[in-house]
Design a protein around this ligand. Sequence first.
Ligand SMILES: Nc1nc2c(ncn2[C@@H]2O[C@H](COP(=O)(O)OP(=O)(O)OP(=O)(O)O)[C@@H](O)[C@H]2O)c(=O)[nH]1
Length: 319
Amino acid sequence: MAFKQVEADSFHWLVDMLESVEVGLVVLDLDFRVQVWNGFMENHSGITASRIREKVLFDVFPDIPKAWLSRKVDAVALLNTRAFTSWEQRPYLFKFRNTRPITGTEEYMFQNLTISPLSGPSGEVEKVCLMVYDVTNIASSKRALERANAQLAKLSTTDRLTGLLNRGTWENLVDAEYERYRRYGHATSLVMFDIDHFKKVNDSYGHLAGDEVIKHAADLTKNNLRQSDTSGRYGGEEFGIILPETDAEGAQVICERIREAMEKSVVETSVASIQYTISMGIAELSDKPENYMQWMQQADEALYAAKAGGRNRVKIFGR
Ligand SMILES: Nc1nc2c(ncn2[C@@H]2O[C@H](COP(=O)(O)OP(=O)(O)OP(=O)(O)O)[C@@H](O)[C@H]2O)c(=O)[nH]1
């Protein structure tokens, strides 16, 4: 008798603990009718155990992916084994609002889910238990870390002032474009350009105003190019553009457009309204260059020819 009492007491305590544990516990029969719904589930769903008991889970939560959960539960029942899904595969099963103050940036609670088989007296699986773990804290820090890493990756490939690709990244793409030409032979052109008498801008208006001019030139360049064209900041006031599928004549049209846009612009800085021009060199890729560096050298020679010819102009290599 005393032994029975102890057993009854521990059963009572166990139920109390399951009621208050910070894990969602749901027992379903194999038709998905809710048998058990603990305190965690009540608190986060706002639905009491007495209201949901014997209801089909999918009727109460139409958002739950029925086919997916049925497949999982069927496998658990058939194989009499546990199944697990993490928030990385599926962020949540129950769409509960995130109520944690420290991870308040996440809108919904991230959940890990375990599905366990529950056997009847005959040993056959009659029910399953869903255990829902709130992993919002973990998910939130992992996502913050991923965002920070993506930001870092971006910072290491781009130039801070202009947002254009930095020299190393851009040169790698010139190399890749050179290899693409060697394989497929499609027309492709390279442009190098440089702001004219930029030293005077710095000397007259200061370095910060000079920076604003550099940024202006970068923005105008970006706005005048197609998505498939790639621009990079090659040096201080020197830029490069890769124009795939473009011959020298096509490149000239694009370059003239950019050159004219810059000539017509006025950069309103805090110290002065500044006007500037650029000189541009184009090299359409041919079979001559033995590597991408020689191709860049050709564009650079064309740029110097533009400078020598009086600046504020576009020159094509070899013409
Ligand atoms: N503000 C600013 N100036 C820079 C930056 N990088 C390089 N410069 C300056 O750019 C100027 C480049 O001058 P030069 O190479 O002599 O050429 P230039 O005066 O543009 O003359 P040409 O190219 O011959 O037309 C130098 O005064 C550098 O200090 C930068 O990031 N910001």
